[in-house]
Each structure stands twice: as C-alpha cells, then as structure tokens.
Design a protein. Structure first.
Length: 28
C-alpha cells in the first residue's frame, strides 16, 4: 500500500531536482 505513496514521492522529488537543474542551466 505504501509503495504507491513512495513512488509518487520519488516522482515529486525527481521533478524538483529536474526543475532545479533547468533553473541552474538557464541562470548560467
């Protein structure tokens, strides 16, 4: 049951990391 919640959390973290990388690239 908790697997679904963990997967969604991991996806959110991945999106945050990707967004941060994109922002850092544009900042450069």
């Amino acid at each position: 049951m908790k697997v679904g919640s963990s997967e969604s959390g991991s996806r959110i973290t991945m999106k945050i990391i990707l967004a941060f990388l994109m922002i850092s690239v544009f900042a450069c």
